[in-house]
Design a protein around this ligand. Sequence first.
Ligand SMILES: Cc1cc2nc3c(=O)[nH]c(=O)nc-3n(C[C@H](O)[C@H](O)[C@H](O)COP(=O)(O)O)c2cc1C
Ligand code: SF4
Length: 803
Amino acid sequence: MVVTNPITSTVVLSCVSLYYYFGGKLTVSVSLLVIYALAYDSEHENFLSENSQEVKSLEPEKETKKKKKCCGGKDGGCCSTKNKNGAKKKEGCCGSGKCAPKNKNKSSGARSGDSEVTEKENEKEAKKSEFPMAVDFTQSFKIKGKSNSSELSELKVNGNNARPLKRFAKRIQNKKNDDNVEVDIIKSAMTISKDKLLNSQIYIFYSSLQGAAARNAEKAHVLLSESKELESKPILMNLDEIDDLDEYFVNTPVENALYIFVLPSYDSDCPLDYFLQTLSENFHDFRIDKFPLRKLVGYTVLGLGDSESWPEKFCYQAKMTDTWISKLGGRRIFPVGEVCVKVDGEDKVTEWIDLFCEMLKDDEPILYEYDENDDDYEDPEETNENDDDELIDLEDIGAVNNDSSLGIKKMVAKDSPTYKQLTKQGYTIVGSHSGVKICRWTKSDLRGTGSCYKQSLFNIVSSRCMELTPSLACSSKCVFCWRHGTNPVSKSWRWEVDEPEYILENALQGHYSKIKQMRGVPGVVAERFAKAFKVAHCALSLVGEPIMYPYINRFVELLHSKDISSFLVCNAQHPDALRNLGKVTQLYVSIDAPTKFDLKKVDRPLFKDFWERMLECLDLINSLQSHQRTVYRLTLVKGFNMGDISAYADLVERGNPCFIEVKGATFAGSSTGNGNSLTMQNIPFYEECTNFVKEFSAELQRRGLAYDVAAEHAHSNTILIANTKFKINNEWHTHIDFEKFFTLLKSGEEFTHLDYMAKTPEWALFGNGGFAPGNTRIHRKGKKKNKDLINETVTLPPLPAAI
Ligand SMILES: Cc1cc2nc3c(=O)[nH]c(=O)nc-3n(C[C@H](O)[C@H](O)[C@H](O)COP(=O)(O)O)c2cc1C
Ligand code: SF4
């Protein structure tokens, strides 16, 4: 029996309850039911009889119920209710008010002949109706906007909504991030204008009291006038003779103007004061466009001064000019030159002008802003979101590649997600398996704010260092790796191989192109910038395992033939490659943990016999490769590998390296996606690193091993323990004499690490901080100063960001 009337349902339920209550006294219940039915019937005619009819006509009723729902048709769909005879009783549309014809026909034969007039009446009636209209709420859960059939089918096919919906959201997020990245790139790396710099009209402004600036401005004028590539002859102008400075510094004389300033500095009254005052006033004058000089194609400043007599105010007015022109919207297209007329002479001016002329021909994008924080580590969120969707573990690909039917593949093909990911992170992918990336220390050194720790420990100048790997693939997945496993992993080489010549040529090109982009960044030191175009060192590390590259020896030889020193870092997992390695300037072995158990935890190596492999490598360091300058690199991760000093000492005893470089890990964000669960708690403080090193050194000495703490670079939590054979006459010689290295190499004679060492400077010795003189230390906002590091630190006033 089907009971639909709510009152009836209540009565029946009551009866059943009473039946049970009275212990199955059916008679009582039935009598109560009959009494109620009689009473109800007298009030509602034929209640029982009508209900019995309803039961009989079950199928038509079903249809009636169905039609009470919104038809969900186009234009809002039609809603209708019918009376018990099946005739139209009430009608309403939940959307536009139009009834979809399909449903009209279906609902009843009586509807087929309805006229438009009737429809309108019905609409009115529906509006008057007190009953709520039926609404299909399933529509509310559909994804808004343009439907994407593939997304929807993905949702359907999967069956489990959680995962695809997450992926869907992720992709939307990716899209958003991609857009942001694009905007940022456009903002920070835009070229000056659509026109080439060579098509611009150059104005050379100078101011001079004693003639030096006038002479050098004239020199620039002559050199630029001789250039056949410049479309217009440059114009030379004495700032002090311009009647109305606004003609040039509020308005611009022509549309394609490019300004060069050749300026002295005077700490006493001079005409330049008026010029600088005018610029400052213009900047603060609310009636003037805030950035009037954005109309310029670009500008640059060459300062002349005297660094001996005015070290504190060296070229300060040239720097002020740079600041104001930039504040007024000018785009710096070349680093500010600072020439000391006493020390450098006028050759340096010529050098600056020559390089400037070279740069005019370049279409390379120019960075106008540079945030050092960008280089520290990638945004973990950004990296993580692609972990499971896009990045492919190349070990797995390797397995696929073993299928001979597929042939040898490229390690990182141009159209692969890994390629996209790595280039997004700033890598220049060279060929199919090498990468080059300008390191943050290179940028920092270019800006005069300090080199990396390898300068204090070994004499590497960061602005002349290229960071490169000939193998983006690695055989470990270290927890502290700043790539978060975005690089390919594999135990052995399974890919196409590029020739060393090709890699080096293109890597240098990629490196120089990134250096060029730095020419507009505030603070770039022109002299370092010029020298950066002659790479002197190559750090073969970056990401991946360089020693896996089959032609690593040929590659290193090629570097040396160009007077580029080689610093090769290996992960101690490839003893065969290490056995065959030729001479390198310095050979690193990463010792990421002192015990088998810890090493597995930290490095997550792919090899099952990883521990035996490492020990074999250490034996090689102590035998076949003992002629090399060998370094153990320890990366300290709190809670992972800082405990067992005695076990570390065992490894030192085994390999007997020249140096032990101890470095606190840097936080590269944590990522659960690839098992990297590091947090800031795992990053040791400098004091913890120094304590570790002192204990370590004491343990080595206790065993009769000749090691002691030698140098440091406190800024990057790095300390060097050296074998005391590098202490000559009680003075540490941990630095490298590069000239000597190349001379020895070219001589063809055999030589060892003891033949090209150089004295460690005072500032680099342990306890002195290791911050190289000639640089300005900048403390980042919010970063607590370490009381041990207060020597030679200056906090610079913020430079205006160029527009
Ligand atoms: C009185 C005086 C003050 C100076 N003040 C500075 C100074 O503050 N900073 C600086 O770098 N050079 C300073 N210099 C050096 C000049 O800037 C330098 O000699 C410059 O080449 C002069 O250019 P000019 O011959 O075109 O006037 C000063 C020189 C003099 C004579
Ligand atoms: S040695 Fe390494 S950290 Fe230092 S500048 Fe070169 S690439 Fe950068």
